[in-house]
Design a binder for this molecule. Structure first.
Ligand SMILES: *Cc1c(COP(=O)(O)O)cnc(C)c1O
Length: 399
């Protein structure tokens, strides 16, 4: 099918819940992507963070093919080694979390649900703690629990009533968090780096204070690292880059499967013990295919030394961003960066900038109208980053 045929079929048969660009993609390799008309793109937002190793990472593709030949799926009343090996691999990346244990699901929002539920399962046994606090402008997913925790009224609108017991506090405001916590608080959940919200970074002192406040009230400190985790900040987890305290619960998805759907929630043993048979589960979660993909992702990060590559390319990107600021200071409000997570906050709507970039073959996106967001693959090259930033600079010059 060519692009026109695909566009036509979408209009007829697909629900219009996405703001789709009329471009049909057919092939990807690393940070490059090709559409149905043969046009090539530089993708500095591969899979919105899902393709953390770029498109079609070879080890992940090979692992999926190999696993598909022996066992695709078996339900969670049995065992398979790929699942516990992936659990082990993730736990080993969390040395600061005592005796962490893993639960697998299929997406970020499901991992958020598990993190919400485990806090209530534990809270019930701890004298009726059931309330959850999260951060304004945060994002935790689209299902009802996760949506209730998502402090963005625009996303919740017309979906009410939401789950009871959720309140929101402004990011990095210690006093507000202190006021919000009480004896009924089951947990405080936060993205160490807000992704969908436009790359806003939690301060280490704030997370340290949150750790102490949660301890004081017997509430859980919980990090949603669905977007910022799995290496893109220059450590496996963003809280490690920030030198922030370890949480009691942490969850992942997006880049974990290298393009294959999988989510994970990890909880300290003290918390994990409350998730007993009958309290939670999923049919597909952590099946052999998904876990084989996850294992291949970690193997790729290790063998290709991608954590080191993130640190190096992120430093290069920082220089390029300073340069962009120097050239277009009058048009840029603020640039926020942690590793390979970047928000370029413009003084005007970023939508036409995004559209023009796409036209000339650069894929990024725009959140909250004014923020251009980049989430380059962990194996992006300095040359690719330079090329992308040059395009952004040229496009900005037109405005
Ligand atoms: C994307 C995202 C989610 C939701 O993940 P889905 O796989 O789309 O359900 C949750 N939390 C954060 C921080 C995210 O970036």
């Amino acid at each position: 099918m060519n692009t026109a045929d695909v566009t036509d079929a979408y209009a007829k048969f697909m629900i219009g819940n996405y703001a789709r660009n009329p471009i049909a993609m057919v092939r990807g390799e690393g940070s490059r992507l090709w559409d149905a008309d043969g046009k090539r793109y530089l993708d500095l937002l591969p899979g919105l963070g899902v393709d953390g190793l770029g498109h079609c990472p070879p080890r992940v593709v090979a692992a999926i093919k190999k696993q598909a030949d022996s066992l695709l799926h078996i339900h969670n009343n049995y065992m398979w080694e790929q699942q516990c090996l992936l659990g082990k691999a993730l736990v080993e990346k969390l040395p600061e979390m005592i005796d962490a244990k893993a639960f697998f699901c299929n997406s970020g929002t499901e991992a958020s649900e598990a993190a919400i539920k485990i806090a209530r399962l534990r809270g019930k046994q701890k004298g009726g703690k059931w309330k959850l606090i999260s951060v304004e402008n945060g994002f935790h997913g689209r299902t009802y629990g996760a949506l209730s925790a998502t402090g963005q009224p625009g996303l919740q609108k017309n979906c009410e009533p939401l789950l009871p017991g959720f309140t929101y506090v402004p990011l990095n405001d210690i006093a507000a968090l202190e006021n919000a916590l009480d004896a009924e608080t089951a947990g405080f959940m936060i993205e160490p780096v807000q992704g969908e919200g436009g790359i806003f970074i939690a301060r280490a002192e704030y997370l340290k204070a949150a750790r102490e406040l949660c301890n004081r009230h017997g509430a859980l400190l919980k990090y949603d690292e669905v977007q910022c985790g799995m290496g893109r900040t220059g450590d496996y987890f963003a809280y490690q880059t920030l030198k922030a305290p370890a949480p009691d619960v942490i969850w992942l998805a997006k880049a974990l499967g290298g393009g294959f759907p999988i989510g994970a929630m990890l909880a300290k043993a003290e918390v994990a013990q409350y998730m007993v048979p009958g309290t939670h589960g999923t049919t597909f979660g952590g099946n052999p295919l998904a876990c084989a993909a996850g294992l291949a992702v970690i193997e790729t990060i290790e063998q290709d030394q991608l954590i080191a590559n993130v640190r190096e390319t992120a430093a290069h990107l920082q220089t390029l961003l300073a340069d962009l600021r120097g050239r277009h200071g009058g048009k840029i409000n603020e640039i926020r960066q942690l590793g390979l997570m970047v928000g370029i906050d413009l003084k005007f709507s970023g939508k036409p900038v995004f559209a023009r970039c796409l036209e000339v073959g650069l894929m990024i996106n725009v959140t909250h109208d004014t923020t251009l967001r980049l989430l380059p693959a962990m194996n992006v090259t300095k040359v690719e980053l330079s090329e992308g930033m040059e395009i952004i600079s040229r496009v900005l010059a037109e405005f």
